[in-house]
Design a protein around this ligand. Structure first.
Ligand code: S3P
Length: 168
């Protein structure tokens, strides 16, 4: 076992949660979603937390959640798009960047999905955020997958890598 956990990172709407669920099922590991855990613990949606308590508070919840998850091993963890920007991720994790282009994300995210995301209200600001963040995503990840196509076309690349390298 080379890493404790697999952590999926990438911009909003790149497909981290969908990839994470399929990956976890295929390699028979537990799937954890940081945003979901926070929402259950806080009994509040991410949007409400942003609106009522502010982004800084949300970022502190993300770090706390990550620190708790890192106490365990053998998990596939999906993160919110800002987590690697504001929180540290244990070096014992295989950090996988789910890489897409901004236009692909725009086409994929329905209006309903955009409305759930406080940092996606304004398309121009979301695009600027995307351009700011991609460097960090590349820098902190140890592996990236080209997620411009549908999950079915690339999931096997990731699964094969993980099984071949016996990363978990
Ligand atoms: C955020 C991404 C969201 C969520 C929050 C902030 C961000 O998660 O954590 O709205 O800063 O990029 P997704 O990446 O799952 O949309």
């Amino acid at each position: 076992m080379v890493y404790d956990n697999i952590v999926l990172i990438g911009f909003m709407g790149c497909g981290k949660t969908s990839v994470g669920k399929i990956l976890a099922r295929q390699i028979n590991k537990k799937f954890m979603d940081v945003d979901k855990i926070i929402e259950v613990e806080q009994k509040s949606s991410v949007l409400d937390i942003f609106q009522n308590k502010g982004e800084e508070y949300f970022r502190s919840l993300e770090q706390k959640c990550m620190d708790e998850l890192m106490q365990n091993t053998g998990q596939v963890i999906s993160t919110g798009g800002g987590l690697p920007i504001y929180s540290s991720i244990s070096e014992k994790s295989l950090i996988v960047y789910v890489e897409t282009e901004f236009d692909v994300i725009l086409n994929r995210l329905s209006v309903k999905e955009r409305d759930k995301r406080p940092l996606f209200y304004d398309e121009a600001r979301a695009k600027a955020l995307f351009n700011e963040r991609i460097h960090t995503y590349k820098e902190v990840s140890n592996f990236s997958i080209d997620a411009t196509q549908s999950i079915q076309t690339y999931i096997h690349v990731l699964v094969d890598y993980i099984l071949d390298q016996r990363v978990l």
